[in-house]
Design a protein around this ligand. Structure first.
Ligand SMILES: Cc1cc2nc3c(=O)[nH]c(=O)nc-3n(C[C@H](O)[C@H](O)[C@H](O)COP(=O)(O)O)c2cc1C
Length: 341
């Protein structure tokens, strides 16, 4: 049913508008008594639970950052069967993001290109909504992904991240330092080890007892991935999220003119799958077994999730295939995983 709706209606709508429509449906799914009915149909099996970061995840599969930027869909996404939702990226200051259009479908590739630019209501608004979400009787694990405010100079990034961390860590189940989005000038440069070490140390101290993870780009070379993984362990982080979107445009089915017309931004979805799996393996090779590795990038089916778990992922996240598969995606993944076990 959803594939037909996508082909005939949704794919003709502006992608960002379609996202807002989807958000309405998801929010509705989180309101009682609808949520209880939905949950009966979507809840993961009890044996799909994962214990990690001192938390219990109802499923290994969760929603990657960027889908729920403003903390409005947590309960709905949980009711739909996701074990965790990583909200954000949240910046210390509210900001509108880049001019529209800034989200483009590459349907032939089951991919999208985005240059949203961290559009979000800011850390104070996120904190208010997180407080409300934490009072919910049933909710998924909530990670909070933080990034640099655009107007803050790269040299002052640490102060800006620390400001968000102080406000949001007490309200988060886990916190993520995002230094890997391609749409904030200078952000990915923070991945250089000599810059990243003081940043991670400062945010770790500000995060207190909340587990801290760092999210990395797929465009780092293999040695850089290993170096950051070792740094994350040394700096006392709890884990790594690999990966964010890529600035590469290789091996695409979509015609070059369409790709070109979309312009700059991060590519996500199926074309990212191979590199995301490679980066997961590189990270897992150098970190201790108990260190949490969350894999994201090009995950579409239960087999993809299983492949990531076998390659050493503790948890798996997805975003882009949600747009192509619709609201029952988490249920499909959880059922697919259950069938195999
Ligand atoms: C429209 C869009 C917005 C995104 N926004 C963020 C973001 O704000 N912060 C972040 O860390 N990742 C963001 N991402 C990246 C995703 O969290 C994920 O790492 C990436 O898309 C790879 O997973 P996928 O192939 O399943 O989409 C965004 C992705 C998309 C498609």
């Amino acid at each position: 049913m959803y594939p037909l709706l996508f082909r005939t209606v949704l794919s003709r709508l502006d992608p960002e508008f379609a996202h807002h429509l989807g958000a309405l449906v998801i929010r509705g799914a989180g309101v009682e008594p609808v949520a209880s009915v939905v949950r009966r149909f979507t809840a993961p099996r009890a044996d799909q639970r994962v214990d990690a970061l001192g938390l219990t995840f109802a499923s290994p599969f969760g929603v990657a950052a960027g889908f729920d930027k403003n903390v409005t869909m947590g309960r709905g996404l949980g009711a739909l069967g996701f074990g965790h939702v990583e909200v954000g990226t949240v910046t210390a200051l509210p900001q509108p993001g880049n001019p529209k259009p800034r989200l483009f479908r590459l349907i032939a590739d089951r991919a999208v290109i985005n240059r949203m630019g961290f559009n979000n209501d800011g850390a104070a608004a996120a904190a208010t909504r997180l407080r409300r979400l934490r009072r919910a009787r049933r909710r998924p694990v909530i990670g909070v992904n933080i990034g640099k405010s655009r107007v803050v100079a790269v040299e002052d990034a640490t102060t800006d991240y620390v400001r968000s961390a102080r406000l949001l860590a007490p309200l988060a189940d886990y916190l993520v330092v995002n230094v890997s989005s391609p749409n904030t000038p200078g952000l990915r440069g923070l991945q250089a080890v000599e810059t990243l070490r003081p940043l991670l140390t400062a945010v770790r101290d500000a995060a207190g007892r909340t587990p801290l993870l760092v999210k990395i780009a797929p465009d780092l070379d293999d040695d850089e991935v290993r170096d950051i993984a070792r740094l994350a362990v040394d700096a006392g982080l709890a884990g790594i999220i690999a990966t964010n979107t890529t600035i590469a445009r290789t091996d695409l089915e979509t015609d070059a003119a369409t790709v070109e017309a979309a312009g700059a931004g991060g590519l996500s979805g199926a074309p990212l799958k191979k590199r995301a799996l490679e980066v997961l393996r590189l990270v897992r090779e150098v970190v201790p077994p108990a260190f949490v590795v969350i894999s994201a990038g090009g995950v579409d089916t239960a087999d993809d999730v299983r492949e990531r778990l076998s390659a050493g992922a503790t948890l798996v996240q997805g975003y882009t295939a949600f747009l192509y598969r619709g609201p029952l995606w988490a249920r499909q993944i959880n059922r697919g995983l259950a069938r195999a076990s």
